[in-house]
Design a protein around this ligand. Structure first.
Ligand code: PMP
Length: 368
C-alpha cells in the first residue's frame, strides 16, 4: 500500500465549502453600514457591558466550566430547569456538538432546502451524509421533511424562523414534524431568531422539548441581545442529551466575560422589548418600500429580509450588491443558499434603512 506523502483529512472534509461570513468593509469606502450578518442595531444592553467589565478583573483564572451563573439566569427568565441547559461558544458550536455527538459515517442528517449553511458543514464534518428536503414557497415543508427520513436519519435540523428566508413554521407544523419522526431521531429546533416571534409559539417550542426525549432547542445571544462578538449560545434539551454533549464539548467553552454579560443581558427584558419594537417598525417599513420599488421580499419574521431582484440585465442581485457597496451598504449575498438573484438585508438603524431604500430606488430606476 502506498501511503500519502502528507496528512490527509478524513473522507468528506474536502467536500465542505467553508462558511464565508458577511463582509464587514468595502475597499475604498470609508463609512460602511454592515447589514450582512443579522446583528442588532441597538447594540448590547448597558447592563451586560457593565457586568462584563466587572468580570474582567481575574482573567488569569479559568471560567466556570459549567457556566452556572449564565444557565441560572437563562433558567430564571425562561422558567426552565438549569440542569436542562447547556451553554456554548455561540449556537454554531452547539450545532457542531450535536452533529458530532449524534452523527457518524453511514448516518444521515436532514435539513430543508434553504436551511442554515452550518447544518451541511457540520453533518459533513461528522462524517455523515447531508440530505435535503425541498421547500414550498421558501418555507420548510413538513411533508417533504418526513418523506426524506430514512432508516439512516439520526438528526433533523430546522431553523425556525429560518435564515436566510425569514420564514416561519407555526407550532402546529413543528408538532406534526415531531410526531412523524421516529423516537431515535433527534430534532434540533434552531431558534436563533426566537425573540423576534411575537406569537406565543416559543413557549410551545419549549414544551416540545420538555414533552419528550428527542427534541432540543438552540438559542443565541448574537441577535436580539447584541452580543455576537462574545459568542454565546445555549440549548434547552432533555437530560440525556445534555449529558452526552457535555462529554464531547470543550471543558471551558464559554469564557468569563461571556458568562457575566450573558447573565445580565438575559435579565434586561426592557432592552429586548426595545429591540423587538424597533425591528417590527422597520421590517414593516422596509418590506413596504422595497416592494413598492418592484422588488419581491419574502415575508419575514426575523430581523432581516430576503430581497429578490428582477431578472432583467443590469438589475440583478450581483449588480445591486456592487451598487450598494459603493454607497456604503453591505448586504449579504445568498447564492450559496440557492438564491442567485437575491440579497439578504439586516433590519438596521433608521439612517441605514432609509439609505438602502434611497439607493435601491436609484438602482432600480437606472440613476447613478
Ligand atoms: N442559526 C441560525 C439560523 C443563524 O442564522 C445563526 C447566525 N448566523 C446561527 C444559528 C449561529 O449563531 P451564533 O453562532 O452566533 O449563536
Amino acid at each position: 500500500m502506498t501511503l500519502p506523502v502528507r496528512p490527509q483529512p478524513r473522507p468528506g472534509i474536502l467536500d465542505i465549502a467553508a462558511y464565508v461570513p458577511g463582509r464587514e468593509s468595502v475597499p475604498g469606502v470609508s463609512r460602511v453600514w454592515k447589514l450582512s450578518s443579522n446583528e442588532t442595531p441597538l447594540g448590547p444592553s448597558p447592563a451586560a457591558l457593565e457586568a462584563m467589565r466587572a468580570a474582567a478583573g481575574h482573567l488569569e483564572l479559568y471560567p466556570d466550566g459549567a457556566a452556572t451563573k449564565l444557565r441560572e439566569a437563562i433558567a430564571e427568565v425562561h422558567g426552565l430547569n438549569p440542569a436542562n441547559i447547556l451553554c456554548a461558544n455561540g449556537s454554531d458550536e452547539l450545532l457542531g456538538l450535536l452533529a458530532h455527538t449524534y452523527l457518524g459515517p453511514g448516518d444521515e442528517g436532514l435539513y430543508s432546502q434553504h436551511g442554515f449553511l452550518v447544518y451541511r458543514i457540520q453533518i459533513l464534518a461528522a462524517g455523515a451524509t447531508p440530505v435535503v428536503a425541498r421547500e414550498t414557497d421558501e418555507r420548510a415543508d413538513v411533508d417533504a421533511l418526513l418523506a426524506a427520513v430514512s432508516e439512516r436519519t439520526r438528526v433533523v435540523f430546522l431553523a425556525n424562523p429560518n435564515n436566510p428566508t425569514g420564514t416561519y413554521l407555526p407550532v402546529e407544523e413543528v408538532r406534526r414534524l415531531r410526531a412523524g419522526l421516529p423516537g431515535h431521531v433527534l430534532l434540533v429546533l434552531d431558534a436563533a431568531y426566537a425573540e423576534y416571534v411575537r406569537r406565543n409559539d416559543y413557549e410551545a417550542g419549549i414544551e416540545l422539548v420538555s414533552g419528550g426525549e428527542n427534541v432540543v432547542m438552540t438559542r443565541t445571544f448574537s441577535k436580539i441581545y447584541g452580543l455576537a462578538g462574545l459568542r454565546i449560545g445555549w440549548m434547552y434539551a432533555p437530560a440525556h442529551v445534555v449529558d452526552a454533549v457535555n462529554r464531547v464539548r470543550g471543558p471551558f467553552n464559554v469564557n468569563t466575560l461571556a458568562i457575566a454579560a450573558g447573565a445580565a443581558a438575559v435579565r434586561d427584558r426592557a432592552h429586548v422589548e426595545r429591540a423587538v419594537a424597533h425591528n417590527e417598525t422597520w421590517r414593516a417599513w422596509l418590506t413596504q418600500e422595497l416592494t413598492a420599488l418592484g422588488l419581491r421580499v419574502t415575508p419575514s419574521i426575523g430581523n432581516f429580509l430576503l430581497v429578490h431582484f428582477p431578472e432583467n440585465a443590469g438589475r440583478t442581485a450581483q449588480d445591486a450588491d456592487a451598487f450598494l457597496a459603493a454607497r456604503g451598504f453591505v448586504l449579504r449575498r445568498v447564492a450559496a443558499y440557492g438564491f442567485a438573484n437575491a440579497l439578504r438585508m439586516t433590519v438596521g438603524p433608521e439612517e441605514a434603512n432609509r439609505g438602502v431604500v434611497a439607493a435601491l430606488a436609484d438602482f432600480m430606476s437606472g440613476r447613478d
